[in-house]
Design a protein around this ligand. Structure first.
Ligand code: NI
Length: 160
């Protein structure tokens, strides 16, 4: 186990209260753990945004499959990018709507380009691309795993 450094931070009462609510919701057992999770998450994002190396993308979106043969167009699109698409999961939400989660690999630029083109298709309502990569020293928690719950970063879909 690496030695942990202790730092002090100043927060306004409002921000501290909001932070504690976030901490409880995320399942972090204490403030230190919550701060570590947030910093790690942000560093992975920063690194992914600027990296030229290979990474993984998780692209999720909801669409109305009655709109202009969208099932076929999405399928065609994914086949055109067969080298980037690793896996697609399709969920029928209701009579009209489908949710798809596409796992991609490639560079940040390639994955962003694919995501932008796909999400721009008419009938795709909202979606989000999450980029991630293995980060030596960032991906591992420095503590015993036996007694610890691991909250994972969660993304919310943004309306587009
Ligand atoms: Ni469906």
């Amino acid at each position: 186990m690496k030695t942990l450094s202790r730092v002090g931070i100043s927060l306004s009462p409002d921000l501290l209260e909001a932070f504690d609510r976030l901490r409880i919701r995320s399942g972090a057992r204490n403030r230190s753990e919550a701060v570590r999770d947030i910093v790690r998450d942000r560093l992975v994002r920063e690194s992914a945004a600027s990296s030229r190396g290979p990474m993984f993308g998780v692209l999720s979106y909801v669409y109305d499959h009655h709109t202009g043969e969208l099932d076929r167009r999405l399928n065609d699109f994914q086949h055109r990018h067969v080298r980037r698409v690793i896996s697609t999961t399709h969920v029928h939400i209701d009579h009209f709507h489908c949710l798809e989660v596409v796992i991609l690999n490639g560079t940040a630029l390639q994955l962003r380009t694919i995501a932008d083109q796909l999400l721009a298709l008419k009938g795709v309502n909202h979606g989000d691309l999450f980029l991630t990569q293995a980060q030596p020293g960032l991906g591992h928690h420095h503590h015993d795993h036996d007694d610890h719950h691991h909250p994972r970063p969660r993304r919310r879909s943004r309306p587009r």
